[in-house]
Structure formats: structure tokens, C-alpha cells
Design a protein around this ligand. Structure first.
Ligand code: 5GP
Length: 198
């Protein structure tokens, strides 16, 4: 698969806000074709099959893996399996769409192997302190779990040099606009209201 004209991969550490940035892009930039991943995770309230994810049973997911249907797939947070279907991405690229994949680091590395000329964008926190705040912020995890998340965060941040560009998620709209510019699209003019964080 080659990168004609635009496959962009957005990855970054856990809790940096990839989901919020991609939700903002889905709502604001219909010109971006945001890939819909398959997952074995159960839908959250409000999530629609085929819009947010293709929700699959473990067995369905495994047969797609066996059939070689995935561009990349990974077990995320040691829990659920997520993957990008080759067919959907290929179709969008063939139609000349600007394609965005919001995936985890393991997935980004697999795409780098499969499509080396794709564009790889790292979403970074404004600072380590801010990432710590976002990682442990809810205060609902045990000290042990918090420590585990911090260790993971450190390892994930160290992946930044593997990427072509870094976008700092200091403000969701600003970060989304920068990402859209990197995709060769024109950011929309600013409105006065800031979107609420999700
Ligand atoms: P959530 O369950 O909160 O929607 O997503 C959890 C994590 O899964 C996020 O870090 C997101 O980037 C990652 N993810 C979502 N879709 C994919 C995918 O298709 N492939 C990979 N490798 N990771 C994904």
C-alpha cells in the first residue's frame, strides 16, 4: 500500500488526549476521513457500531486476523484488541481522501513497517507534569496502578523521535488545527468558543 495522497497516523502516550483530538476532528473536519477501527471492547453509552468502532466478538476479531484483513492490530492496555481494517483504509485512499488513523504506539509501528511513506504524528503533552496530572488525575487508581501508569507514560514518551512531527496537545482545537495543516488541509477559521473537553 502506498501513501497517495494522504495517510496520517496519530499516536502518543496514554491520556495525552488522542481521543479528544480525533473526536474534535470528526465533528469539525468532514474532509478528513477518520478511520473506524475494529475492537473487541464493548460499546460505551452513545457509541455507534460503524461510526465510532466496528464492535466485534473475540472470535470475529480472530478470524479477521487469520484472514490477514488488518493493516495493524494490537492489544491495548493488556485488555481489549483493536485494529485497522485494510479494506476501509484502501478504499478511502483510492478515493483520494485524507485519511487519519488514531491508534496506539504498537499499531503506529506496524503501519510504519507496512506503509513507510505515511506521515507519523506524535501527540505530546505540554509537559511531563501535565501528563502525570492527566494519567493519575482521576485519583481513582491505587498507588500501585498510578506507578504502573507513570512507568508506561515514560516509555511511551520516549517514542517521540520515531515520528515525523510532534503536535503538543495544549489546547484541543489548536492541536487539531495543526494536525489538519500537517495533512495538507486548511484549518477552519477560529470561532470564539472553546470546545468542552471530553
Ligand atoms: P478507547 O477504548 O478509549 O476508545 O481506545 C483505547 C486506545 O485504543 C486508544 O489509545 C486508541 O488510540 C487505541 N486504538 C483505537 N483504535 C485502534 C486501532 O485500530 N489500532 C490500535 N493499535 N490502537 C487503537
Amino acid at each position: 500500500m502506498s501513501n497517495k495522497p494522504g495517510l496520517t497516523v496519530l499516536a502518543g502516550p496514554t491520556a495525552v488526549g488522542k481521543g479528544t483530538v480525533s473526536t474534535y476532528i470528526r465533528d469539525t473536519y468532514p474532509e478528513v476521513w477518520l478511520s473506524v477501527s475494529a475492537t473487541t471492547r464493548a460499546p460505551r453509552p452513545g457509541e455507534i457500531d460503524g461510526v465510532h468502532y466496528y464492535f466485534k466478538s473475540k472470535e470475529e476479531f480472530e478470524s479477521l486476523v487469520a484472514a490477514g484483513e488488518f493493516l495493524e492490530w494490537a492489544v491495548v492496555h493488556g485488555q481489549n484488541t483493536y485494529g485497522t481494517l485494510k479494506s476501509t483504509v484502501n478504499e478511502a485512499i483510492a478515493e483520494g481522501r485524507s485519511v487519519l488513523l488514531e491508534i496506539d504506539l504498537q499499531g503506529a509501528r506496524q503501519v510504519k513497517q507496512a506503509v513507510p511513506d505515511a506521515q507519523f504524528v506524535f501527540l505530546a503533552p505540554p509537559s511531563w507534569e501535565e501528563l502525570v496530572r492527566r494519567l493519575v488525575g482521576r485519583g481513582t487508581e491505587s498507588a500501585e496502578e498510578q506507578q504502573r501508569r507513570l512507568e508506561t507514560g515514560k516509555v511511551e514518551l520516549a517514542a517521540e523521535p520515531e515520528f515525523d512531527h510532534t503536535v503538543i496537545n495544549d489546547d484541543v482545537r489548536r492541536a487539531a488545527d495543526e494536525l489538519v495543516s500537517l495533512m495538507g488541509l486548511t484549518p477552519h477559521p477560529r470561532q470564539t468558543q472553546t470546545p468542552s473537553a471530553r
